[in-house]
Design a protein around this ligand. Structure first.
Ligand SMILES: Cc1cc2nc3c(=O)[nH]c(=O)nc-3n(C[C@H](O)[C@H](O)[C@H](O)COP(=O)(O)OP(=O)(O)OC[C@H]3O[C@@H](n4cnc5c(N)ncnc54)[C@H](O)[C@@H]3O)c2cc1C
Length: 510
């Protein structure tokens, strides 16, 4: 069977039979099969928006040889008689447990939050009544922080092709749309993610894995650089290896790790707001029209170095989505974004954040512990300002001009808005950078300044990073790994899962 890769442009509303006809015509073939390898929207010219497809075509009369197979993860099963305790069922912890269990380790997965359906009910209740649940919120619970998200699966991490391939295949088997394999900017959607998380859990349990929900890793018993036991509730769990994958919101877990001798350093991170616009405005800016046949909703990615010192950028855009109350503890007020697969909501939202180092914020060098405290205090100040979980807001033009908002606009945010002088609620260095960035964004995306800003967006990445060895072990420890976003080496669903998989494979291949 011959094989050829071709690149073709098709109209946005193309059908499969039209695509087949195009391929046949292009290659003068009647009998062939094909597979899309990459699909991206070309909207550079508003009067000629189309999909760009890279298609692999197989047919007897084609000359080329089959392509080299993608390098995949080889997980050999053998009974290993070794127990591993993993804390955190987000992408990093879950995929570490999944790979280890598949390889024949005996794994126990501890998750401080609830299983996904109970978690969904807790979130629903919070959004209806404002009653926060410590075990069922946007950060904590089965599947981790990204379960109720847009489920974007883009990643800028390099050298993770094996892990990414394993992750994508596992997601598709668990019910994610098959297009995530080839879309240039794939997303799963919050509605699909819940199903995926549940199906993955079933596969893990079928392999003999064990999960304990609403069970927090509260301490580690350490002797001479070796963790002997994990403390969770009344139980002490002894094991050969321990993987902690708590995300970057679990402040008391970070502090416990520091008390037990795990070393961290501070690093750059980002803070700012969520910008919300009417989706139709974004569609018009990007496409010149309000709707485009065959494309769900327009996206944007913006970056600016307008003040010459700090980068300001859009982050985690959720087209057709909603801004969500993503408080991680009852005394904090944080916002984030999510959307369903169809991205058919009235609004678009995205983080608008300034990159910064904790030392710059404090005006002097700070320790990792101080950096965490600074961030928690900022999140608390937003809670204090609104007296709960209403989101402090102003319009983008208000932020630029320093004018107090006068009326409350329509929003997707479920717990209400509180007019706020947001520009006074950040350190001056952040406000100045955001202001310049926002002005620049208006030049790059016409109509951007018609949107509103909701605070606080503080969870783009961790301000601290663990000190760890090449094999992933925490420096100074023989059997303790810190994986995923909480380690400070990953950010986002794919790179966090890849980090968990890499750490598991280190143990499998030892
Ligand atoms: C609303 C929202 C939308 C997002 N959208 C996207 C997106 O579209 N695309 C994307 O790539 N990223 C997105 N992110 C970020 C993404 O979710 C994270 O980068 C990713 O989930 C990090 O994976 P992780 O496994 O390292 O940590 P997490 O997913 O944070 O998981 C950590 C888990 O550990 C548990 N835990 C914490 N401490 C303990 C303890 N002591 N004991 C037991 N369990 C503990 C927590 O309950 C949590 O379930 C979003 C995040 C949020 C909050």
């Amino acid at each position: 069977m011959g094989y050829k890769i071709i690149e073709i442009k098709v109209p946005t509303g193309y059908t499969d039979s039209e695509l087949k006809q195009r391929i046949g015509k292009e290659l003068h073939l009647a009998d062939f099969t094909w597979q899309i390898e990459n699909k991206s929207l070309d909207a550079r010219k508003k009067n000629n928006i189309h999909w760009l497809l890279r298609v692999a075509v197989h047919g007897r009369s084609l000359g080329g040889n089959e392509p080299e197979p993608v390098e995949s993860l080889e997980i050999e099963f053998k009974p290993r008689n070794r127990r591993v305790v993993i804390a955190g069922s987000g992408p990093a912890g879950f995929f570490a447990a999944f790979v280890l269990q598949k390889a024949g380790f005996d794994t126990i997965l501890l998750e401080r939050g609830a299983e996904v359906d109970k978690r969904a009910r807790g979130i629903h209740q919070f959004e209806k009544t404002g009653q926060f649940s410590a075990t069922a919120n946007y950060a904590f619970g089965e599947g981790g922080a990204g379960t109720f998200s847009d489920g974007k699966l883009t990643s800028r991490s390099k050298h993770i092709s094996r892990e990414r391939d394993f992750f994508i295949s596992s997601y598709i088997r668990a019910g994610a749309p098959a297009e995530i394999r080839y879309m240039a900017y794939p997303h799963v959607g919050s509605d699909n993610l819940r199903v995926v998380v549940k199906n993955l859990r079933d596969s893990y349990l079928q392999m003999g894995g064990e999960i304990r929900f609403e069970t927090t890793l509260s301490d580690l018993v350490v002797e001479a650089g070796r963790v002997k036991e994990a403390i969770a509730g009344d139980e002490s769990l002894a094991a050969e290896y321990f993987i902690v994958a708590p995300g970057h919101s679990a402040y008391e877990t970070y502090r416990m790790l520091m008390r037990r001798g795990v070393s961290f350093r501070t690093k750059n991170f980002a803070i700012g707001c969520r910008a919300e616009h009417r989706q139709e405005e974004i569609n018009r800016s990007q496409w010149g029209i309000g709707q485009l046949n065959g494309v769900r909703a327009a996206e944007y990615r913006l970056t600016s170095e307008a003040d010459g010192k700090h980068s300001v950028y859009s982050f985690c855009m959720c087209p057709g989505g909603m801004v969500v109350p993503a408080a991680t503890y009852s005394h904090l007020n944080i916002v984030n974004g999510m959307s369903n697969y169809r991205r058919n909501g009235k609004f678009a939202n995205a983080g608008c954040v300034a990159g910064i180092h904790p030392d710059q914020l404090a005006g002097h060098p700070v320790s990792p512990l101080e950096a965490l405290q600074w961030l928690e205090d900022l999140e608390h100040s937003f809670f204090e300002f609104s007296g709960g979980y209403r989101a402090p807001f102003c319009t983008i033009s208000d932020f630029i001009s320093g004018t107090e908002p006068r009326s409350i606009p329509e929003t997707s945010y479920p717990l209400g808005l509180k007019p706020a002088p947001l520009w006074t609620m950040f350190p001056g260095v952040v406000t100045d950078a955001l202001r310049e960035g926002l002005k620049d964004f208006e030049h790059r995306l016409h109509g951007y300044s018609k949107g509103i800003l909701l605070g606080l967006e503080s969870k783009t990445s961790s301000p601290i990073q663990v000190l760890r060895e090449k094999n992933g072990l925490c420096t100074g420890f023989e059997n303790l790994f810190l994986a995923g976003e909480g380690s400070g080496y990953a950010g986002g669903i794919v790179s966090s899962a890849a980090d968990g998989i890499k750490i598991a494979m280190q143990m499998v291949e030892r």
